[in-house]
Design a protein around this ligand. Structure first.
Ligand code: A2P
Length: 288
C-alpha cells in the first residue's frame, strides 16, 4: 500500500505488515564493488535516494557502509532517514545470528532496516530454521523488519505455518517480460510487499520495442518508463546503475505518469519473455 499517494515524490513510502515503511524507489547495488560502489551510493544519496539495497554475497557491504557513513558525516542525510537492506546468504541458514553480526560489522552500522533470507534453497531445507533465527534477531532490536527474497508460495507458507510470522516483503526477479502476476497476487493476499530485483531486466528491457515507443509517447527515457511501470504495479523497485547520470535519471522516474493502456501493454510483454535468472524452486542444488 502506498502511504502518501504522491506519485511524483521519489521518496514515497510503502507500508509493511509490521507497521514500518520503506521508500518505494531504492538503489540496487548488485554488481557494484569497491570505489565504484562507494561513489555510486554517494551519488544516489546526494540525488535523493533514501533506500539502499545490498547483500553479503554482493561483496560490497563495506563500501556501502562507508558511503552511508560519509554522507551522514557530510550532513547530507541522517541515519533515521535511510532505509538499508542486507541479506543472509545460502551458506548461513544454520547460523544466521553470526552472519547478521558480520554484515553489521562490514556495514559499520548499529542496525539495518531490513534483513532478508536471500534464497529459500529448498534442497538444503533450512530456511525455516533461518526464519526462526531472524525472528529472534529482530527481537534484539538491531533489525527493524525481516523478510525474504526469491521465495515462492509454498516456502512462504512454510514460514507462516512454522512461526505465524509473515515476511514484510519478498524481493524477487521481476521486470517487463516477467511480471510475476500470480506471485504478486499472492503477496497482496498475505500483505507481503513485492520488491523487484533486476527491475530493468538488467538493461534488456530498455531496447524492447513497446517500451521504446511508450517512452517516446511519454517524453521519458525507457528506464524511467520501466520504473514508472513498477511503481504503478505497487512494487518496491531498486534499479542499479554505476553511472551518475543514469542514477539521477532513474531517481526522477516517478515524475512519469503512464496511462492504464501503457501499463497493460508493458505487463502483456510476459507472453514473449520470462525468467532470466535461476528458478528458486530448483536453485541452488546441493553440492555432492
Ligand atoms: P549502468 O550501471 O552502466 O548504468 P537492473 O537494475 O535491472 O539489474 O539493470 C541494471 C543494468 O541497467 C545495468 O547494466 C545498468 O548499467 C543499466 N541501467 C541502469 N539504469 C539505466 C538507465 N537509466 N539507462 C540505461 N541503462 C541503465
Amino acid at each position: 500500500m502506498v502511504l502518501n499517494g504522491d506519485m511524483t515524490n521519489p521518496s514515497q513510502l510503502v507500508s509493511f505488515n509490521d507497521g514500518n515503511t520503506i521508500p518505494q524507489l531504492g538503489f540496487g547495488t548488485w554488481k557494484l564493488s569497491g570505489d565504484e560502489c562507494y561513489n555510486a551510493v554517494r551519488t544516489a544519496i546526494s540525488v535523493g535516494y533514501r533506500h539502499i539495497d545490498t547483500a553479503k554475497i554482493y561483496g560490497n557491504e563495506e563500501p556501502v557502509g562507508r558511503a552511508v557513513a560519509d554522507a551522514i558525516a557530510a550532513g547530507e542525510v541522517d541515519r533515521e532517514d535511510l532505509f538499508i537492506t542486507t541479506k543472509l546468504w545460502n551458506d548461513g541458514h544454520d547460523h544466521a545470528p553470526e552472519e547478521f553480526e558480520a554484515s553489521l560489522d562490514r556495514l559499520g552500522l548499529d542496525y539495518v532496516d531490513a534483513y532478508l533470507i536471500h534464497w529459500p534453497f529448498p534442497a538444503a531445507g533450512k530456511y525455516v530454521k533461518a526464519w526462526e533465527d531472524l525472528i529472534r534477531i529482530q527481537g534484539v532490536g538491531r533489525v527493524r523488519s525481516i523478510g525474504v527474497a526469491n521465495f515462492y508460495e509454498e516456502t512462504l507458507d512454510d514460514l507462516e505455518n512454522a512461526t505465524g510470522v509473515i515476511p514484510v516483503m519478498n524481493q524477487v526477479e521481476l521486470h517487463p517480460g516477467f511480471s510475476q502476476a500470480s506471485l504478486r497476487a499472492y503477496h497482496d493476499e498475505k500483505d507481503i510487499v513485492t520488491e523487484a530485483w533486476s527491475p530493468l531486466g538488467r538493461g534488456d528491457s530498455l531496447t524492447e520495442q513497446t517500451i521504446v515507443q511508450i517512452a517516446e509517447e511519454a517524453g521519458a527515457t525507457p528506464a524511467q518508463v520501466v520504473i514508472a511501470w513498477h511503481v504503478a504495479l505497487g512494487n518496491v523497485v531498486i534499479p542499479k546503475s554505476g553511472n551518475a547520470k543514469r542514477i539521477e535519471e532513474n531517481f526522477v522516474a516517478l515524475d512519469v505518469a503512464l496511462t492504464d493502456a501503457q501499463i497493460d501493454a508493458i505487463t502483456a510483454l510476459d507472453a514473449d519473455g520470462g525468467r532470466s535468472y535461476n528458478d528458486p524452486r530448483q536453485w541452488p542444488e546441493l553440492e555432492s
